[in-house]
Each structure stands twice: as structure tokens, then as C-alpha cells.
Design a protein around this ligand. Structure first.
Ligand code: AP5
Ligand code: MG
Ligand code: ZN
Length: 214
């Protein structure tokens, strides 16, 4: 299965992608995670992306299209993948179609997580992640069972993203509405777009997604 998860910053793309990858044996392909790994490694690509990400803007189409095209060719993607945070502009959506065509692949589902912007600042500013296994948490909505200890791996180190502050979240939401929201129409016009209520609680959203994916 090849799935695209759409939705603004904080909609739950990463949270749901992690659950779906375990359930369906898919690989989560998050361009945000890939770019953060480049920034952390100090590569030229990371240097190019860092300031754009910190300002809440979008890095160039060319750069992310290149990253995804290489990633999709790797062996672990053969069993299917979930695109999380890509495509994010109409040119990226068009490039994805061409790229999949060239690779003899096609998308099975495009699902949008529908949320209210107002709630996204609280979601994002409360987010933290296990530094060892990457499991995501939230100060209020998804706490570890034992405070300070990761449920999944027992790790005790957690991190927060550099772009998870109120000011940057607001400009990320603005970038979303200007540059990313139009791709919903792109997929709707192809008859491919489905939507779920992303304001429901986390388990409920997973239930809505599995009802669509089968
Ligand atoms: P990226 O990493 O993709 O960030 P984003 O789109 O802003 O989305 P987030 O990761 O913040 O939100 P999410 O939907 O994954 O939410 P999550 O599940 O964590 O991109 C970062 C940057 O990289 C971009 O700004 C851009 O600069 C660059 N970039 C990336 N891809 C690009 C591309 N293709 N082109 C150009 N530039 C690109 O949930 C958030 C929190 O809420 C968590 O704490 C979670 O526990 C909680 N939560 C989740 N669901 C619920 C729920 N239903 N109820 C209550 N709480 C919930
Ligand atoms: Mg994410
Ligand atoms: Zn962990």
C-alpha cells in the first residue's frame, strides 16, 4: 500500500503514520524527519534547510523531491510506504505522480486529517519525543505511563523540536494554508481524496483510518 497523509502542522500525521506502519507493515517516510536528520548531521543539504525550517517556511521542491525519490528506491519501501509531510506543494504532488509512474508504482490512498488551526499550537508546543526510539508524546494528550520513562523502550532522554514554538508554529500554519492546502483540491479532482476527523482522540483517528484502509 502507498498512502499519503495530508494535514497541517500538528494534525497527527506522524502519530498516525507510526501506528499504521506497525499495523500494515509499511515504512513511514517523513520529509520533516529526513530533513532534521540532515540538519543534525551538518550536511550541505542540512545547512541549506536549517534556517528555512526554523523560520517555518518550506524548503525547495527540488531538494525534497530528490530526497523522496532516492528513499522510495530503497529495499525497505518495497512492501509499501506512508508519505508524511510530502507532497506539500502542487509541484511536489505533480513530481510524485511522475516519479511513481516512472517506477511503475501508484498511490492507493490520500487521506487528509481535518483539524482546527486553533488547537494546533497547543498540540505542537506540548509535543516531545523519546531520544532513543523516536516514540512521540504530548504533555497533556499522550503522556508516558510512568513520567520520564518511555513506554516503548524504557529510555529516559527526551527531545523537543527547534521549530516547536508558538511563533514558528504560526508561520508553519501560514505556509500550510498558502502552499499546501491547494493539494487537497489536486487529489480531490482526481477523485482520490478522503478525509478523517483529526480532532477526535488519537485512538479514534486510528480507527477512522483503518476503516478507510481496510
Ligand atoms: P514536518 O516535520 O513535516 O512538520 P509539520 O508538517 O509541521 O507537522 P508536524 O510534524 O508538526 O505535525 P504532525 O502532523 O506530524 O503531528 P504529530 O503527529 O507529531 O516538517 C517540518 C519542516 O520541514 C517544515 O516546516 C518545512 O520547513 C520542512 N519540510 C518538511 N517536508 C517538506 C516538504 N515536503 N517540502 C518543503 N519543506 C518541507 O502530533 C503533534 C502532537 O499532537 C503530538 O504531541 C501528538 O501526541 C499530539 N496529537 C496527535 N494527534 C492528536 C489527537 N488526535 N488529539 C490530541 N493530541 C494529538
Ligand atoms: Mg510530523
Ligand atoms: Zn523510547
Amino acid at each position: 500500500m502507498k498512502l499519503v497523509l495530508l494535514g497541517p502542522p500538528g494534525a497527527g500525521k506522524g502519530t498516525q503514520a507510526k501506528r499504521l506502519q506497525d499495523k500494515y507493515g509499511l515504512v513511514q517516510l517523513s520529509t520533516g524527519d529526513m530533513l532534521r536528520a540532515e540538519v543534525a548531521s551538518g550536511s550541505d543539504l542540512g545547512k541549506e534547510a536549517k534556517s528555512v525550517m526554523e523560520s517555518g517556511g518550506l524548503v525547495s521542491d527540488e531538494l525534497v523531491i530528490g530526497i523522496i525519490s532516492d528513499r522510495v528506491d530503497q529495499d525497505d519501501c518495497k512492501g509499501g510506504f506512508i508519505l508524511d509531510g510530502f507532497p506539500r506543494t502542487v509541484p511536489q504532488a505533480e513530481a510524485l505522480d511522475t516519479m511513481l509512474d516512472d517506477k511503475d508504482m501508484n498511490l492507493d490512498n490520500v487521506v487528509e486529517l481535518k483539524v482546527n488551526d486553533d488547537a494546533m499550537v497547543e498540540r505542537i508546543c506540548g509535543r516531545f519525543t523519546c531520544a532513543d526510539c523516536g516514540k512521540g508524546y504530548h504533555d497533556k494528550f499522550e503522556k508516558p505511563a510512568k513520567e520520564g520513562v518511555c513506554d516503548k523502550c524504557g529510555g529516559t532522554e527526551f527531545s523537543r523540536r527547534a521549530d516547536d514554538n508558538e511563533e514558528t508554529v504560526r508561520s508553519r500554519l501560514e505556509s500550510y494554508h498558502k502552499q499546501t492546502a491547494p493539494i487537497s483540491n489536486y487529489y480531490a479532482a482526481k477523485g482520490m481524496l478522503k478525509g478523517v476527523d483529526g480532532m477526535a482522540d488519537i485512538d479514534d483517528v486510528t480507527g477512522q483510518l483503518t476503516a478507510i484502509l481496510g
